[in-house]
Design a protein around this ligand. Sequence first.
Ligand code: FAD
Length: 393
Amino acid sequence: DKIGLAGSPTKVIKVQPPPKTRKAEVIDGKKDVEKAAKWFLDKIFEALKEEESTLKEYVKPKPKVKVNGEIWVYIDHIGEKPNRASFEIMGEARRIADLMDTSLSAAIVGGEATKSLIDEVFEYGADKVYFAETKGFDKYDNEVYTRALSTLIKKYKPEAVFFPGTRNARELASTTAIEVNTGLIADCTNFDVDDKGVLLSTRPDFGGKEMSTIVCPRHRPVMVTVRAGVFMPLPKVPGRKGELVREEIDDLFTRLKVLDYRIIEKRNILAEADIVIGVGRGIRSPENIKMAEELASLLGGVVGVSKPLADMGWYPKDRQVGQTGTTIRPKVYIALGISGAVQHLVGILSSRKIGAINLDPSAPIFENCDFGVVGDIFEIVPKMIQLLKNKEV
Ligand code: FAD
C-alpha cells in the first residue's frame, strides 16, 4: 500500500474507499404513498429542528506528540476583505495544532488596508499573526506574495501551512512550496497526526472513487490546501487578542501589471441554503424540475442538481452539487432520483441530515443517507406537495 512518485516530497501511504458514516432508515414507499410522503416530511422537519451541533464549544483534544514548529493558516483576502474560507479552516488547523502540542498562527500578506484583518484573525482563534507587509500590494500578486510568504516561512519555520481552497491561495500554495522546496497536498478533506508527529492529509482521489492519505515525511513545512465548505470555523470571540509579528518585505519586484480589479459578486445560493433539494437523472425531463422547485419553495429551500443535469443544460452549472460542483453543508439535503455516485457524495456528506427517494433499493445513496424512501418521485413528491399545501403535516 505504499505508492509514491520518485523524487516527490509527498507520498501516498493509504488508499481506501470513502467512509460510510450514516445509518440509513429506509422504508418502502411503493405500497402506501401517502404514508411514505408523511413519514419523509416528518423526518425533514425533525432534522430542521435539531440543534446546530457544529459550532459547539471547541473541545481541546489530548496531544499525541510534541512538535517544534507552529501550525499556520494562510489568510486569503481581497484588500481589507477576508475570504471566509480561511476562517473555516482555522478550526481544523487548531485541532491539529493541539494534537501536535503547538500553537496556531495565521500568516497574512498585504499592504496598509490589509492590516485591518489582523484583529479579526485573532478573534477567529489565531494565537499569533505573522504579517508580511508588502507596501502598495494590498491585493494578491503571485510574485510578490510568494516572496513575502516564503520569507516568513524560511525565517519562522512552521511545521505545516494550511491554505484555504480559493483560487489565489491554491496558486500561492504551489508557488510557495517550490520556493521553500517542500511538498504540497492539495484539496484535502480530512486530517490527522501520527505518533511521530507527521501530518496525515486525506483527499478524494481517482475521480473521487478512493480516499488517499498522503504524507510529506522529510520536508518542512508540509503545505496543504483544504477543500472549501468541508470544515466549520471556531466560534468568533470578540476582543480576543494575540501576538503580532511584523515583517517588512523589501523586494517588491513583479512582472505583473494589474490594470483593474473587478469584484464579481457571486452569491453562492447552494452554500447558503438550509435545505437543498437535489435532483438527478430520475427526473427524466427538464420540465419536471418544476416539481422539485415547488417542493423546495414550500420547504424554504433551493434546488441543486447532479452533474448530468447541469451538463445537459437542464439547470445552471452553478447549481451542480458534487466533486466538480459545489460542496454543500445544509441542515437537510434531499436526493430525488439521484443514484449516489461517489463524485456526488463527496459534495453532500457534510450535510447535517441526508434524505433520499429512489426507485432502486440498491442505489448507493441509501447507504449514505439518514432516511430514505424506496419509491417513485413522481408519486411521493406530488403527495408531499399536496400535504404541505393542505397543511396536513
Ligand atoms: P444516475 O446515476 O443515472 O441515477 C439516476 C437515479 O434515479 C437512479 O438511481 C434511478 O434508480 C433513479 N430513478 C429513476 N427514475 C426514478 C423515479 N421515477 N423515482 C425515483 N428514482 C428514480 N456527479 C455529480 O452529481 N456531481 C459532480 O460534481 C460530479 N463530478 C464528477 C467528476 C468526475 C471526474 C466524474 C468522472 C464524474 C462526476 N460526476 C459527478 C458524475 C457521477 O459519476 C454520476 O455519473 C452522476 O452523479 C450520476 O447522476 P445521477 O445520480 O443524477 O444519475
